[in-house]
Write a protein that binds this ligand. Structure first.
Ligand code: ZN
Ligand code: ZN
Length: 282
């Protein structure tokens, strides 16, 4: 990969410059803060794709965007309703609109708030448990995970923490033409979740794919029902992956895992879906 690692310090992610003005934030771990995000400079302002799950990670993301682009963020995209991609909405200034689909808003209302309430209900007990683990743990990687989880639980336990919903609702596709580049914000329909949104930068040949793509898809995960990645609509998911795979995208940023060459990541995800959902393709 030709992408360059940027000299920006965050405990939560590593910043990669994919192209002048286009950056991905690749999560450093696979715990609760472990979803990837990114941002790009349209010319006069910046658009952020997904907000990660710990608002502190989101604050770093905002700092990272300012560090790289030296411009204000004017819009945030939510790829789908899963908490690991949108809890960080809480850290986005109310003056910056968050764009999402009608179905994403519906699913946040029907599911994500409930999940958050469950986390909040059990937070005190979990914090105690993690605090005890901290006293005996010495492995730095595990310590990092415990601290990330603690950070998340403490944040969502704070008085006034709430989940911010997308407030700019689009249908099917929205193109924004900036002075430097254009972005197509596309609702691909039900695939990984009930409604998945991607951000395609056609002139750069770059696409932020959210959870339509995972970097690591081990075939041994196929039988494990609760293990990610999964698809609520495998047929459409496969169709979307094939479509974008055929576009020879230079960088397809996965929702989870490292940046890797896009032909490999498309191929492995397509094969994984075929294995996991054979009935959908018969
Ligand atoms: Zn995810
Ligand atoms: Zn997801």
């Amino acid at each position: 990969m030709e992408s360059a690692v940027l000299d920006f310090e965050s405990d939560y992610f590593t910043l990669f410059k994919l192209q002048e003005g286009v950056y991905s934030a690749i999560a450093k771990n696979h715990t609760i803060t472990g979803a990837n995000a990114g941002f790009f400079d349209l010319g006069d302002y910046v658009i952020v794709f997904d907000t990660m799950s710990a608002p502190k990670a989101t604050q770093d993301l905002i700092k990272g965007a300012k560090f790289c682009c030296k411009k204000e963020i004017r819009l945030v995209i939510n790829s789908h309703f899963h908490g690991d991609h949108i809890y960080g909405n809480h850290a986005i200034s109310p003056s910056i609109p968050i764009i999402g689909t009608h179905d994403t808003v519906k699913m946040i209302n029907e599911h994500t708030f409930e999940n958050l309430a469950n986390y909040q209900k059990n937070a005190r007990k979990e914090i105690k448990k993690l605090d005890n683990q901290l006293k005996t743990e010495s492995n730095p990687a595990v310590l990092f995970e415990i601290n990330s989880d603690l950070d998340f639980l403490l944040t969502i336990s704070e008085h006034g923490f709430n989940l911010r919903l997308p407030d700019l609702i689009f249908q099917k596709e929205l193109t924004i033409h900036g002075s430097k580049r254009s972005v197509q914000i596309i609702d691909v329909g039900a695939a990984h979740s009930i409604s998945d949104t991607i951000a395609y930068l056609p002139n750069d040949n770059i696409c932020f794919m959210g959870d339509l793509l995972f970097e690591n898809v081990d075939p041994s995960w196929v039988d494990k029902k609760s293990v990610m990645p999964f698809a609520v609509n495998p047929k459409n998911h496969l169709k979307v992956l094939k479509k974008y795979s055929d576009l020879n995208i230079k960088y397809a940023i996965p929702g989870h895992g490292k940046l890797s060459p896009s032909p490999i990541v498309f191929k492995s995800n397509i094969e994984f879906l075929r294995l996991k959902y054979p009935d959908a393709f018969s």
